[in-house]
Design a protein around this ligand. Sequence first.
Ligand code: NAP
Length: 297
Amino acid sequence: MAPVRVGWIGLGIMGKPMARNLLKAGYPLTVYNRSRAAVEELAAEGATPAASPAEVARQADRIFTMVTDSPDVEQVVLGPQGVLEGAREGAILIDMSTISPQVSRRIAQEAAAKGVQALDAPVSGGDVGARKGTLSIMVGGDREAFEAVLPLFQVLGKTITYVGPAGSGQEVKLVNQIVVALTVLAMAEGLAYARKVGLDLETVLQVITQGAAGSWTLSHYGPRVLRGDFAPGFMVRLQQKDLRLALESAAAAGQPLPGTALVHQLFRHLEATGAGNEGNHALVKVLEALGGQGERG
Ligand code: NAP
């Protein structure tokens, strides 16, 4: 049987290493990205470059999207030269971006009208998980479509969970983002206090990572904070997008999210001071500023 042909749209911090893992696993891969550098890079490694999402879809049985926000997914899927213009009946569209659950449900309906099944499959595990193929993937949509895509998910991630009908993957991801943002705040607040009172930060990190305060965030981003390395893993502006999605969805459901609202406001300081493209662990700088601490050296 001919191998499943895979299409990939969106080659950013997450999309590029994920697409590369599928290529390395031996799947024929067609790629599209808005800016061209990442396309050339993957083409040099064996992928077929495409000039539009529709062209990707014409050459693929499974079409992945990994772009930024709801309007971006709408554009690459529903827009002119979008996936649904090129996809054949029976193809499966898998959106791995984090977007609004409502938009995911609408895309699934519009895809179904063209005989294309759609899964919402957002991920957690950061740039590190994308490179290592160890992401957590939470999948909403038709269960049979999920089973059909499972071998590809297994290349991209380690914990792959079917969570329910269309839109549920995004709902679970928002829960994840609420918890992640508050964990980043916990780390930032703790490390800002430690610096203020003059503790040795390496020692602090070593001790608390092993105890009850330990977390993925602390283990992966704590060392970057200490090095003063605020390059993204997960960009502040994307974190803000996800908190906005969570706050909107919770408001519609009538559920207060007081901690989420607070951390959303604190991240705004980073956006206002031009640090929106830094990693979300840069939140420590906001807490340090609140404590009147000088710039990091
Ligand atoms: P990123 O580095 O900004 O990449 C976004 C990619 O989407 C870029 O290649 C961009 O193209 C493309 N794109 C955006 N809007 C587009 C549009 N309208 N049309 C065509 N292409 C478009 O972001 P990322 O970190 O990879 O994140 C991607 C998604 O994964 C987001 O939804 C994010 O919330 C989610 N996510 C990220 C992480 C993480 O740790 N980074 C973790 C979990 C989930 P250009 O190159 O032209 O800009």
